[in-house]
Design a protein around this ligand. Structure first.
Ligand code: PGD
Length: 786
C-alpha cells in the first residue's frame, strides 16, 4: 500500500462519491469545478450533477416543522405533505425531536420507533447517514429496523439456502480479465447494462468495466426486452418481460432431454437433481416459446451452444426485483449447474454483472482490503421488517407476516426517523405509501434536499452534503482510499448528521456513548488509525489518498474491523463476517469447492449446491416451493386493460433519485418530465409523437412523462427509469416517477423483496397544458412567529 507523494501539490479538495472519486476545484470565475480523479479511465457522467446541485434552491436551509404538528402536536395526519412548514431554530427543532423520541419510547416502547431508514445516502465511511442514525438510536434503547435491501432483497434471502451464502456468487464472481481469457459464450439474462457500472457503493476510483465490456470477444446472448443492454454484436433474444424463468427451464429441459448435462458434476457438487429433473417434465421449448416470445428452435439452439462452450450465465439484479424474483436466480443457478462449469474460470453462474460497477472488477492487487467502519452498537429491539414491507408495517400494525421460514409481527410504529434515503422515490405504489405515512404520530427526516420524503415529514433537519464535511471513502473493490476534504461551507444552517444526532444524544443523556468524546474530524482520524492500512494520517490527508495493493507488504489492514456497517445499502455489508479472504480470489470461491467438495463444503444443509432445497420446501410457501418453478406474474391479469409492460429500471443520468436537480439529470428530461421510451409502433397506435407529454396509468396511479421513440425495445414494452423526484397532484406524479405505478407486492413469502421492476400500464397522449412540475422549487416556508 502506498500513498501518493506527500510533496505532490494537492489541487482543490479531494473526495469521492458512489459514482467516482474527484477533486472540487475553484474555477477562474469562483465557481466550483469537478475534476475526475486522474487515474479514472472512464469518469462517470454523473459527476456533471454535482456542482449544479450543490446550491440548488431545493436545498434545505433551516430546520422546518409542519405547522399542524407544531401547533397541535404529534398524531396521524391524513394530509401530510399538503400542509405548510414553519422554519424554526436548531435548538427548538432538536428539543422537539428529543422530547418526541423520549415520549414515544416511554409511552409505546422503543420498538415503536422505526429506524430502518434505508437508503444509499452518500459515500464516506463515517458520515453514512443510516449507519449514524442506527448507532444513535441504539444508544437510546434501540428501534425497529429493516433487513436486506431494495437492490437485492430477494437474492440475499434465497442464495444462502442454495449455496451457503450470498457472497459466493455476488462478490467472488469471475473477474473481467478471467472472462476475457476463458469465456466463449455469455448468456446474459437482463443483459450487461453499461449504464449501471459507473456506480459502486462507497466509491470507485478507476472505472474499468466499460472498457472490459467493449473489449469482450466472447459471443453474447442478450436475453432482455431491451436491445441496447449489451455490447454491440450481441445476439438479441427479445423475450417478454418477466419470463426468463420459463426460458431457463426450457433450456434446462433441452439439456437434460438431449443428454447434454454434466452428470458427474451434478453428482459430486449438487443435491436435488432428480427432483429438479422431474419438475422439468413438460417444460420443453414448445411450452416456453409462447410464454416468453422466443421461438422453440432458438431455445434449443441456444441450449446446445451453451453445452459446447465455456459458458458464463449471468442474471442481473433487476430480474429478482419482481414478483417470484427468486425463480430466475434459482433457475439460472440450476441451469449453470447442468452445464457443469460452476467453479471453472470464466464459466458457471454470475449475478450482477452490469448491475453494479464492482461485479467482475478485480480491484487492487491481492485479496480485498477490509475497510474501516463506524461501530453500530447493539440494538435490544428484536422487531424488524424485510426492508420493502414498510407500507404494510405502517398500515397493518399487529398483523403477521412470513419471512424466511418464520412468522413475525408488524410493530405499531409511532415515530419514523429517516436519514439518507428517499422512500418516496424507492418504494412501490407511492399512493399507498402516502396513506401509510399518514399513520405515525411523527416523521423526522434529515435531508440536504426538499425531496418528497422531506415534504412528507413533520420535522425536517437540514443535512450537509459530502463537499461540506470531512470523511474518508472507498468502495468494495476500490483501488484507493480517498481523503474526503471539505470544499465549501455548509449550505444555510445545514449540519452533519453526526452533529444533529450528537445534539439529540446530549438531550437524551447518551452523548458520551454516541460520540465517545470525538469530534467528526477525530472520528475520521480514529477510523483511519483503526484501519491501520496506510501512512500516518497527516500524510494521507495531505496526499488526498492511499493507493491500495500496489506493492509488496502493502496489505496491513488485516487486524482491522470487518467490512460491516456503514458504506453499503445493499444489505451484504450490514452484518456478519467478512468474506473468507484466504480462498481463491479469481474463478470464484466455487473453485475450491469444485476441486474437492468434501474438503471445502458449502454452508448448505447438504454441503453442496441445492437444486432442490428441503429447507425451502419445508416452509410450505406456494409462491416459492422447493425447486425453481415458472409462475405467471399476478399483474398479468390486468393485461386487457393495461397492455404495455413497463420496465422501471435504474436511470443513466443520476444515482437513483440523487441530484435529480443536477445538470445531467435535467438535460435528459423531455418537456420537463422523466423520459419514457416507447417503441415507435406502440407510439403510433396511440397517436404519440416524440416530445409529447403522455399519461402513463394503471389502477394504482398515474404519472406524466415525456415521450422518446426507441426501436431498441420489444413491441409492447415501455421504459421509464426510477428516480424523478415524486411530485404528486392527487394520484398523479406530474414529474414521471414510475413508482406511482408499480405494485407494493412482495417477491414471495420467502424473501418479501421489492418488486418495483415491472408493472402493466396504458399510455396516452396528454392533450392540453400539462400541470407544472413543482418539486424543483422549495415548499412554502413560514417563519416561526416567536
Ligand atoms: P436515493 O435517491 O439514493 O435512493 O433508494 P434510495 O432511497 O437509496 O436516496 C438517498 C437520499 O439520501 C437522497 O434523497 C439524498 O439527498 C440523501 N442523502 C445523501 N447524502 C446524505 C447525507 O449525508 N445525509 C442525509 N441525511 N441524507 C443524504 C434506492 C433504491 O430504489 C434501490 S437501492 C433500488 S435498487 C431500487 N430500485 C428500484 C427499481 O429498480 N425499480 C423501482 N420501481 N423502484 C426501485 N426502487 C429502489
Amino acid at each position: 500500500m502506498t500513498s501518493s507523494t506527500p510533496e505532490a501539490p494537492v489541487r482543490g479538495a479531494s473526495t469521492t462519491s458512489h459514482w467516482g472519486a474527484y477533486r472540487a476545484v475553484t474555477g477562474p470565475d469562483g465557481g466550483l469545478e469537478i475534476v475526475p480523479h486522474p487515474a479514472d479511465p472512464d469518469p462517470s457522467p454523473l459527476l456533471g450533477n454535482v456542482a449544479s446541485a450543490l446550491r440548488h434552491p431545493t436545498r434545505v436551509a433551516r430546520p422546518a416543522v409542519r405547522r399542524s404538528w407544531l401547533e397541535r402536536g404529534p398524531g396521524p395526519r391524513e394530509r401530510r405533505a399538503d400542509e405548510e412548514f414553519v422554519e424554526v431554530g436548531w435548538d427548538e427543532a432538536l428539543d422537539l425531536v428529543a422530547a418526541e423520541l423520549d415520549r414515544v419510547r416511554r409511552v409505546h416502547g422503543n420498538q415503536a420507533i422505526f429506524g430502518g431508514s434505508y437508503g444509499w445516502a452518500s459515500a464516506g465511511r463515517f458520515h453514512h447517514a443510516p449507519g449514524q442514525l442506527r448507532r444513535f438510536l441504539n444508544t437510546v434503547g434501540g428501534c425497529t429496523t429493516s433487513r436486506n435491501s431494495y437492490s437485492l432483497g430477494t437474492s440475499l434471502v434465497l442464495l444462502p439456502h442454495l449455496v451457503g451464502d450470498a457472497e459466493q456468487v455476488l462478490r467472488r464472481a469471475s473477474t473481467w480479465p478471467t472472462i476475457a481469457a476463458h469465456t466463449e459464450l455469455i448468456v446474459a439474462f437482463g443483459g450487461l447494462p453499461g449504464k449501471n457500472v459507473h456506480v459502486t457503493p462507497g466509491g470507485v476510483t478507476r472505472h474499468i468495466t466499460t472498457g472490459h465490456l467493449r473489449a469482450l470477444t466472447a459471443d453474447i446472448a442478450l436475453v432482455s426486452p431491451i436491445r441496447d443492454e449489451a455490447p454491440a454484436g450481441a445476439r438479441w433474444y427479445p423475450l417478454r418481460p418477466g419470463t426468463d424463468t420459463a426460458l431457463m427451464l426450457a433450456l434446462a429441459h433441452t439439456l437434460v432431454s438431449e443428454d447434454l448435462h454434466d452428470r458427474a458434476f451434478l453428482d459430486r457438487c449438487t443435491t436435488g437433481f432428480p427432483e429438479f429433473a422431474r419438475s422439468l417434465e413438460g417444460r420443453d421449448a414448445e411450452w416456453a416459446a409462447p410464454i416468453c416470445g422466443v421461438p422453440a428452435a432458438d431455445i434449443r439452439d441456444l441450449a446446445r451452444r451453451m453445452a459446447r462452450s465455456r459458458t458464463l450465465l449471468t442474471v442481473t439484479w433487476s430480474l429478482q426485483r419482481t414478483e417470484y424474483g427468486e425463480q430466475p436466480v434459482w433457475a439460472g443457478l440450476a441451469l449453470a449447474a447442468l452445464l457443469g462449469q460452476i467453479g471453472l474460470p470464466g464459466g458457471g453462474f454470475g449475478h450482477g454483472y452490469g448491475s453494479m460497477g464492482d461485479v467482475g472488477d478485480p480491484g487492487p492487487a491481492g485479496p480485498a482490503v477490509r475497510l474501516p467502519y463506524l461501530p453500530q452498537g447493539r440494538n435490544p429491539v428484536e422487531a424488524f421488517i424485510p426492508v420493502a414491507r414498510i407500507a404494510d408495517m405502517l398500515l397493518h400494525p399487529g398483523e403477521r407476516f412470513d419471512y424466511d421460514g418464520a412468522v413475525h409481527t408488524y410493530p405499531d410504529i409511532r415515530l419514523v426517523h429517516w436519514a439518507g434515503g428517499n422512500p418516496f422515490h424507492h418504494h412501490q405504489d407511492l399512493n399507498r405509501l402516502r396513506r401509510a405515512f399518514a399513520r405515525p404520530d411523527t416523521i423526522v427526516v434529515h435531508e440536504p434536499y426538499w425531496t418528497a420524503t422531506a415534504r412528507h415529514a413533520d420535522v425536517v433537519l437540514p443535512a450537509t452534503v459530502t463537499l461540506e464535511r470531512e470523511d474518508l471513502g472507498s468502495g468494495r473493490r476500490d483501488t484507493h482510499v480517498i481523503a474526503m476534504h471539505r470544499a465549501v461551507e455548509p449550505y444555510g444552517e445545514a449540519r452533519d448528521d453526526y452533529a444533529i444526532l450528537a445534539a439529540l444524544a446530549a438531550r437524551l443523556g447518551t452523548e458520551a456513548q454516541f460520540t465517545e468524546g470525538r469530534t467528526a474530524r477525530q472520528w475520521v482520524e480514529h477510523l483511519y488509525a483503526s484501519w491501520g492500512g496506510g501512512p500516518p494520517f497527516e500524510e494521507f490527508w495531505a496526499a488526498g489518498e492511499v493507493e491500495l495493493g500496489t506493492g509488496p507488504g502493502t496489505r496491513t489492514g488485516t487486524a482491522s474491523p470487518t467490512r460491516t456497517g456503514t458504506a453499503s445499502p445493499t444489505g451484504t455489508e450490514t452484518g456478519g463476517p467478512a468474506p473468507d479472504e484466504s480462498a481463491d480470489d479469481d474463478g470464484t470461491l466455487f473453485a475450491a469447492f469444485r476441486r474437492d467438495p468434501e474438503a471445502n463444503p458449502l454452508r448448505t444443509p447438504s454441503g453442496r449446491i441445492e437444486l432442490y432445497s428441503g429447507t425451502i420446501a419445508s416452509f410450505g410457501y406456494d409462491d416459492c416451493p422447493g425447486h425453481p418453478v415458472w409462475r405467471e406474474p399476478s399483474e398479468w391479469r390486468h393485461v386487457g386493460r393495461y397492455p404495455l409492460h413497463l420496465i422501471a429500471d435504474q436511470p443513466a443520468t443520476r444515482l437513483h433519485s440523487q441530484l435529480d436537480v443536477g445538470a445531467v439529470s435535467r438535460a435528459a428530461k423531455v418537456a420537463g418530465r422523466e423520459a419514457i421510451h416507447l417503441h415507435p409502433l406502440d407510439a403510433a397506435e396511440r397517436g404519440i409523437a416524440a416530445g409529447d407529454v403522455v399519461r402513463v396509468f394503471n389502477d394504482r396511479g398515474t404519472c406524466l412523462a415525456g415521450a422518446v421513440l426507441n426501436t431498441n425495445l420489444r413491441r409492447g414494452v415501455v421504459r421509464l427509469p426510477t428516480g424523478a423526484w415524486y411530485d404528486p397532484l392527487g394520484d398523479t406524479c406530474v414529474h414521471g416517477n414510475p413508482n406511482a405505478l408499480t405494485a407494493d407486492r412482495p417477491s414471495s413469502r420467502l424473501s418479501q423483496g421489492c418488486t418495483g421492476q415491472h408493472a402493466l400500464v396504458q399510455v396516452e397522449r396528454l392533450d392540453g397544458d400539462p400541470p407544472p412540475v413543482t418539486v424543483l422549487e422549495p415548499p412554502v416556508l413560514r417563519k416561526a412567529a416567536r
